[in-house]
Write a protein that binds this ligand. Structure first.
Ligand code: NAP
Length: 279
């Protein structure tokens, strides 16, 4: 029931028809009896500044920010949290009485989902990261903080992999980091010297060599940020007997952390999971 007192939160993105966030948040608000509603807002890149201004003028409690606005939104905010500043990307805006704070819950959401799954601890692991966009950046910083020993960044556009690896070097973490151009050949070489493959692209499993399982070390693990129920990468890994985790847990964790930033309540992880399981 929407009333005059209902607080509004939502998501700003360009193509947001696919988003599962309204389902997760509205389910949690309803189950907790909270007077909030979560709404998807389609925001074109040339309208982003006005949309952010509307958070103040319409007195929204906050919003999530998704593709393609996570980096572009930074100049329009009053404050940026240390983690979002380091990553250079915001996925959550909190409206503190007209002062807009940008934060990033993708990075902790990723690590929390790996921890919750429990099959791999990134500490001292050699990681092959596919992608060099905003999510790859958030994952790189989380992995560096979790104490990995090596990070290879493989990206379709080689220059972006290079830029990200220079940025990782500047973090000052003790790890070996270098870029490669994404190709079946480069992956064959890198897979045999890795423990964890992390996909931060929307490209399914097209980049994987068809016989990838032949190159893997024992105890290899695959994480796919894509949050479809059974992604093609997770399915390919599982059918080759390789343990794999999709991005649904990360989606739930990042959403629950945003919810908590807006409302001050404990992150409603189980309610958000319930919302997605009953879809
Ligand atoms: P982004 O900033 O636009 O970056 C996209 C990355 O994917 C770039 O590295 C790009 O390479 C690469 N890419 C795109 N299409 C490709 C293709 N066909 N083949 C190879 N590489 C391709 O996007 P993002 O925000 O990082 O998001 C990446 C993915 O993570 C999306 O699928 C998103 O849904 C997912 N995600 C999941 C969660 C979660 O909670 N589970 C949270 C955030 C994001 P180029 O540099 O060559 O263009």
């Amino acid at each position: 029931m929407i009333r005059g007192s209902t607080r509004i939160v939502g998501i700003f993105g360009d193509k947001i028809d696919y988003t599962l966030s309204p389902r997760m948040h509205n389910h949690a608000f309803a189950k907790l009896g909270m007077d909030y509603v979560y709404i998807p807002f389609q925001v074109r890149p040339d309208q982003l500044k006005g949309a952010v201004e509307a958070i103040r003028s319409l007195n929204l409690a906050g919003v999530n920010v998704t593709i393609p606005h996570k980096q572009a939104v930074l100049p329009f905010l009053d404050q940026i949290s240390p983690i979002a500043k380091k990553i250079g990307a915001v996925n959550t805006i909190i409206n503190n009485d007209g002062k807009l704070l940008g934060d990033n819950t993708d990075a902790p959401g990723f690590l929390e989902s790996l921890k919750e799954d429990g099959r791999i601890d990134p500490k001292k692991k050699r990681v092959l990261l596919i992608g060099a966009g905003g999510t790859a950046r958030a994952m790189a910083i989380s992995l560096a903080a979790a104490g990995i020993s090596k990070l290879v960044i493989a990206n379709r556009t080689a220059d972006k992999a290079k830029e990200l690896s220079v940025w990782v070097d500047k973090l000052g973490a003790k790890l070996e980091c270098y870029p490669v151009k994404l190709s079946a050949d480069s992956l064959k070489e890198e897979l045999s010297d890795s423990d964890l493959l992390v996909n931060a692209t929307p490209s399914g499993s097209d980049f994987m060599p068809s016989d990838f399982h032949r190159f893997l070390s024992p105890n290899f693990f695959v994480f796919d940020a894509v949050y479809a129920k059974n992604t093609s990468l997770v399915a390919a890994a599982k059918s080759a007997g390789v343990p794999a985790l999709g991005g649904m847990g990360m989606l739930i964790r990042q959403g629950a952390l945003s919810f908590s930033l807006w409302t001050g309540k404990k992150p409603p992880v189980e309610l958000m999971r319930e919302a997605l399981e009953t879809q």
